[in-house]
Write a protein that binds this ligand. Structure first.
Ligand code: SF4
Length: 271
């Protein structure tokens, strides 16, 4: 059992997300620190973010080939790390029937396509990356704030200057539709706490798809983040923090078990 502490712990949105989806997965991964099975989608996501970051940090001055080189460099680093956990790529998680090796090859191609597509989007969109009042380019922007009683930290993928104003943006390399704007609302609050800049909008940038239904990448419709109540936002993270500190880890078996990195250790799955 976890050690109970009376003070809220530093939290992140990804902690909240994992805890809300399945408390047992949180406990196994973050309290018992069981190693998570590697999966191609983690590598793809990290490598695409790295390529996009390199492109934006350069002021969009590096060539598409250089963006792809950044992408592949990060891919190889992450692949090497995954291989130390599971050296047989056929045994990596895929979330489906495809072999791990084939899934990795497909995702490597898809990620390359996604970063190149992002460059095309950025050049044509008329949008630019915002510069914070203290002179930082708002890409992978680190924050540490006090949200009510709970210290929160994280990185904001992007804050973008759009024709309709600033928008906090999170980049998604998968196809899953986002069911909540809580993450974006947290980022909006973080920008307010750090810079006293009130941003109305948020969106998810859904990266390009290949395959049977190819689609270029682009942002979702803008979401009005001012409709999310600030006290409710604080209570969500406070509730997660209190539940976790009190050892309330509810297993929640479901479709997401297919992509759970700690399923091998899960008693809800009979392991
Ligand atoms: S396998 Fe399913 S129930 Fe078990 S920890 Fe993972 S997500 Fe939770």
């Amino acid at each position: 059992m976890p050690t109970y502490t009376s003070a809220p712990k530093p939290r992140s949105h990804s902690q909240y997300n994992q805890f809300a989806q399945c408390g047992e997965a949180y406990r196994l991964a973050r309290v018992e620190k069981r190693p998570s099975d590697p999966a191609g989608w983690f590598i793809q996501g990290t490598a695409v973010h790295s390529g996009v970051e390199a492109y934006e940090r350069s002021g969009r001055s590096i060539s598409p080939a250089a963006v792809v080189a950044h992408y592949h460099q990060k891919w190889e680093e992450e692949l090497a790390a995954g291989l130390t956990v599971q050296s047989d790529t056929n045994r990596w998680m895929t979330g489906g029937f495809k072999s791990g090796t084939k899934d990795l090859a497909d995702r490597r191609d898809l990620g390359e396509h996604q970063v190149l597509d992002y460059v095309t989007y950025a050049e044509q969109s008329g949008e630019t990356i915002w510069t914070t009042p203290d002179g930082q380019l708002a890409i992978e922007l680190e924050f540490t704030i006090q949200l009510g009683q709970v210290p929160m930290r994280g990185y904001i993928d992007q804050v973008v200057q759009t024709p309709y104003g600033l928008s906090v943006r999170d980049i998604k390399t998968g196809t899953k539709k986002q069911s909540s704007a809580l993450q974006l609302a947290l980022y909006r609050r973080a920008i307010w706490e750090q810079y006293q800049v009130d941003i109305t909008w948020g969106d998810y940038f859904m990266c390009a798809r290949k395959g049977r239904s190819p689609k270029p990448g682009g942002p979702t419709d803008p979401i009005d983040l001012t409709t999310i109540d600030q006290h409710w936002l604080e209570r969500q993270y406070a509730a997660m923090d209190a539940a976790e500190r009190n050892g309330v880890y509810l297993a929640n078996p479901g479709d997401h078990c297919a992509t759970c990195g700690v399923w091998k250790h899960c008693k809800a799955k009979g392991n």
